[in-house]
Design a binder for this molecule. Structure first.
Ligand code: PTJ
Length: 246
């Protein structure tokens, strides 16, 4: 890793970036994952690189859905495996969820590398690499349509962090509840999911873990569209606050 001085004004953001680069060098992150991260960084900047009250609302709603789910599954891609593998394993343990590797830019070798990373982080079981238990999601053209019959296929609640849009619609058509982390409140996934946590997954996942620990099985009133609209207004406010005045 490059030496990033702690005193650097953007040290935290640069550390996160290095995790992605390390993930790419280790065969975990797709090339395109580096670009996806750049897009996320830009939105994070506009959000003030902090968890908004809207993100916290979504986190609470997500925790309530996860603790009351019958068969929750967390879908992991290259970026998520590079950014927060231990936290994914911790979250899965707390809510008794399955973990499944499901990639957009799929290849078996990268899948297996990601499984190794997750196992090294404490996962006992990771689904998504066994062709004998694979099933297809109807109405989805990307290779992400191939899922595990004991994982995403069977789930009632699916967490799809850093999604690229095509799968959320298909999962919803299958009657599943979809929770996502997406720094872009305007993305297709953000707008289609049932619960969108507009925050950096690196920050928000620990908050989600804490909420799941305290969450009781009860329904929380939550409206994703209203919450997203609030987030966009928050960006607008941030922009006016930070606008240089001539
Ligand atoms: O590992 P693979 O093959 O499954 O590929 C994963 C990527 C992320 C490359 C793939 O799913 C993709 O191309 O995604 P997109 O379309 O770029 O969408 C990713 C979304 O995640 C964008 O809306 C980004 O703003 C957002 N994002 C990026 N980094 C973060 C993030 N959201 C939360 N936390 C982040 N750290």
């Amino acid at each position: 890793m490059y030496l990033i001085p702690k005193s650097h004004p953007r040290a935290k953001s640069l550390y996160i970036r290095e995790k992605l680069v390390k993930g790419f060098d280790g065969g975990v992150v797709a090339k395109e994952g580096l670009m996806a991260h750049g897009r996320g960084e830009a939105f994070d900047y506009l959000l003030g690189e902090k968890t908004s009250k809207y993100a916290q609302n979504a986190i609470r709603a997500a925790a309530s859905s996860l603790v009351s789910a019958k068969y929750p599954v967390i879908s992991v891609n290259g970026n998520v495996a590079a950014l927060c593998p231990r936290e994914i394993v911790k979250l899965a343990r707390i809510v008794n969820a399955k973990i499944e590797v499901n990639l957009f830019y799929t290849n078996q070798k990268r899948k297996e590398t990601i499984v190794k990373v997750l196992k090294k982080s404490g996962a006992k079981e990771v689904l998504g690499t066994d062709s004998k238990s694979s099933r297809r999601i109807l109405g989805l053209d990307s290779v992400r349509r191939v899922v595990d019959s004991n994982g995403i296929y069977k789930a009632d609640v699916v967490v799809v962090p850093l999604e690229d849009g095509d799968r959320t619609i298909a999962l919803k058509k299958m009657g599943k509840k979809v929770i996502t982390f997406d720094l872009n409140p305007l993305s297709r996934t953000a707008k289609t999911a049932d619960i969108t946590i507009v925050d950096n997954v690196v920050r928000a996942i620990n908050r989600l873990i804490s909420e799941c620990k305290k969450s009781k099985i009860r329904k929380i009133p939550y409206n994703n569209k209203k919450n997203l609209a609030g987030t966009v207004l928050e960006i607008k406010k941030n922009l006016s606050r930070r606008m240089p005045h001539a």
